[in-house]
Design a protein around this ligand. Structure first.
Ligand code: ADP
Ligand code: MG
Length: 181
């Protein structure tokens, strides 16, 4: 556990994470990697009021010779610092035995910090809002589902065309059905 996460403060900040998987391994399928990652976030005592989007299938953004992705986003309040939250995300990736195979390539689990309150963060390990967030429908479509009034970079999420663009993605299951998978 990092030093930051051992000293919780009383400030709870609304955050959003993006999760993606397109690689099964000995621990499970992409849907199971996402489900397990979300369950671990819910179980974290420094995270509360977690809401998960539906799961979506999406065509890969990078090399095309890889399986389609399963994507989802979650929103919650946390009293972790931004870097401590990134540590939590990267621990989830390690738990799913993520291997770095190639840039934008297949992965058992990718967990990105999309938004941390209205903070702008430019650190070597962490850039928030996540770069490219407003151009990716596989992020904005699940995000608008759980946060229809969200403001990103000063603009309502509904004003970004990609939040309404369903090309290349499809809903796999509703959020309330996901727990039964
Ligand atoms: P990608 O998500 O673009 O496929 P990776 O998951 O391999 O890339 O992450 C590469 C690096 O991006 C990580 O080591 C991390 O420190 C950095 N990074 C910068 N900003 C963020 C962010 N908002 N969320 C997650 N990782 C980030
Ligand atoms: Mg990532």
């Amino acid at each position: 556990m990092s030093a930051e996460s051992q000293t919780p403060n009383q400030n709870w900040t609304q955050c959003y994470l993006g999760l993606g998987s397109n690689l099964a391994n000995e621990l499970g399928t992409p849907i199971e990697h996402l489900t397990r990652g979300i369950a671990k976030l819910k179980a974290n005592s420094q995270i509360r009021n977690l809401v998960a989007s539906s799961f979506y299938g999406s065509i890969p953004m990078g090399p095309q010779d890889q399986p389609d992705f399963v994507n989802a986003v979650v929103g919650f309040e946390t009293n972790l610092t931004p870097i401590a939250l990134l540590d939590v995300c990267q621990a989830l990736e390690t738990d799913a035995r993520r291997e770095r195979l190639r840039h934008w390539g297949e992965r058992s689990l990718d967990v990105d910090v999309l938004l941390f309150g209205d903070q702008e963060i430019h650190e070597p390990r962490l850039i928030v809002p996540h770069l490219g967030i407003t151009e990716r429908n596989f992020v904005l479509v699940p995000l608008i589902e759980i946060a229809p009034n969200l403001i990103i970079n000063g603009t309502p999420i509904s004003s970004y065309p990609e939040s309404q663009n369903l090309s290349g993605i499809h809903r796999i299951c509703d959020a309330d059905q996901r727990g039964k998978l």
